[in-house]
Design a protein around this ligand. Sequence first.
Ligand code: NAD
Ligand code: WQD
Length: 339
Amino acid sequence: MAILITGAAGYIGSHCCVETLEAGYQVVGLDSFVNSKPEVLNRIKAITGRDFLFYRGDMRDKDLLDRIFTENQVDTVIHFAGLKAVGESVERPLDYYDNNVCGTVTLCDAMLRHGVRRVVFSSSATVYGTPERCPIPEDAPLGPESPYGRTKLMIEEILRDLCSAKEGLLSAVLLRYFNPIGAHPSGMIGEDPQGIPNNLMPYITQVACGRLEELKVFGGDYDTPDGTPVRDYIHVVDLAKGHIRAIEKAASSKGVMVYNLGTGRGYSVLEVIKAFEAATGISIPYRIVDRRPGDVPVCYADPSKALRELQWRPEMDINQMCRDSWNWQSRNPMGYDAR
Ligand code: NAD
Ligand code: WQD
């Protein structure tokens, strides 16, 4: 039996392909490359020494999904494919609802028609909106504040409805990621954003390699110890390993299960800058500017449910996250485009 990984060429999907192949599973990948590059596939094969089937195409293409499920014996889908830029989702909400929500409906329909009963879904801490308190448990109130975040919550609800409609048949593991950073220790795969990075760590690494001049720190007057926002950064390899536990959980239990994947420890923006400088010896010029609209002051996970029920515990600290982010960026200053 095989695992279908949608969004296999993306940042988290590529790391999950590596972990899944190394755990001995047969992998089938699907990606349209709307936000990734084909070169990543060569890198995954080089790291693992294993080949895998890959389909280039869109998850909204019903005929393609039928072909994938007919040509392969898939028993579980790990569903990463989606658009993920919060700001862009405010500008172009329909693209997000169409791609993320309609794409998932098409995928689920194909899964059910082909008898595939297990799905692991990439949700996000963004479904909690502005948390009432931290650490955030899975049963905290939900209230995403962007179209992107609402697509994540809608997909969670679609999967919940499917599980109750097909009770006893379907299992869905909803994984709410906090802030993934870092890269595979080989430095062969990592995060390769198109254009100017929206997220903190790729911005820092691009300043470190000279692609960008200085980091703009969005707001220094939050009600936090140093005035900058606090987030729960998690190493992408730890995150990817959580998916192996989730596959096993989906195989042994029915219904919907939801887990935070974070470390439970928060770092401010200034602490991340300091950690990066300490880990790499490179100084990061920065300037504090206005707040970025929509940013919450503090967000970190209560990851104890994943520890209890998935026996999953993140192993890598902020120093390792910074080292591996820099190892990837310094070996690939222009990402997968460099030749
Ligand atoms: P990414 O953009 O690197 O990867 C997503 C992949 O999906 C890309 O390779 C893209 O080409 C592909 N894709 C998008 N729409 C598609 C479609 N219709 N058909 C086929 N392929 C399609 O993003 P990522 O950081 O790897 O995130 C993976 C998933 O995790 C996303 O669903 C994202 O919303 C979620 N997530 C990410 C973060 C984060 O900070 N990176 C946090 C929480 C949740
Ligand atoms: C972290 C901190 C910024 C860039 C986003 C999505 C969330 C999830 C993860 C998908 C914040 C500050 C950033 C910069 C800065 N993705 N920052 N200068 O906003 O916590 O979460 O990615 O689900 O949905 O919203 O992550 O890395 O963008 O920001 O000062 O150039 O770094 O203000 O405090 P965020 P981030």
